[in-house]
Write a protein that binds this ligand. Structure first.
Ligand SMILES: [Zn+2]
Ligand SMILES: [Zn+2]
Length: 156
């Protein structure tokens, strides 16, 4: 078990532990009875997996690669991110870099379809601080429109 609770907070040893954090402690508590999926963020430009995170007033998340500074709005297929209102997230340890994974709650698939053919009803953007290991959900929203898990997972 690499996921440990310290006080009110979960801490993880590696980015892989974000799966358990999201599936058990976030999706498992808030989105019961529907299929769940997790996808991890990786920079499209340099394939690093550590980011500074910014949230805007609409709670959308901009991730900035700490290796190459490439910017990407997380799961922003409905195009709602607002760079002018984006503010940086800082961990309780005052460090800002984190590894990022997104948890998805899938809704009813179309007749004859598989679980992943259904639209994503809600998603949670989680980060694991690379300094202290603290895991947190830094934003959540329901996509505006019907997007499937494979579509959104490609945009994590
Ligand atoms: Zn990069
Ligand atoms: Zn930290």
């Amino acid at each position: 078990m690499a996921l440990k609770k310290k006080g009110d907070w979960w801490h993880a040893a590696t980015a892989v532990d974000l799966d358990q954090f999201l599936l058990r402690h976030v999706l498992g508590r808030h989105c019961r009875g529907v299929p769940h999926r997790v996808a991890h963020a990786r920079c499209a430009a340099c394939s690093a997996a550590k980011f500074d995170l910014f949230t805007d007033e609409g709670e959308r998340v901009l991730r900035v690669c700490t290796a190459c500074e490439a910017e990407h709005w997380v799961c922003n297929l409905d195009g709602k991110g607002d760079p002018d209102s984006a503010g940086e997230i800082v961990c309780t340890c005052m460090y800002s870099e984190c590894e990022v994974a997104v948890g998805f709650a899938l809704m009813d698939p179309p007749e004859g379809g598989t679980e992943e053919d259904g639209p994503v009803g809600h998603l949670y953007v989680a980060g694991r601080c690379t300094e202290c290991g603290l895991c947190g959900v830094y934003s959540e929203w329901g996509p505006d429109g019907d997007f499937t898990f494979p579509e959104l997972a490609a945009s994590v």
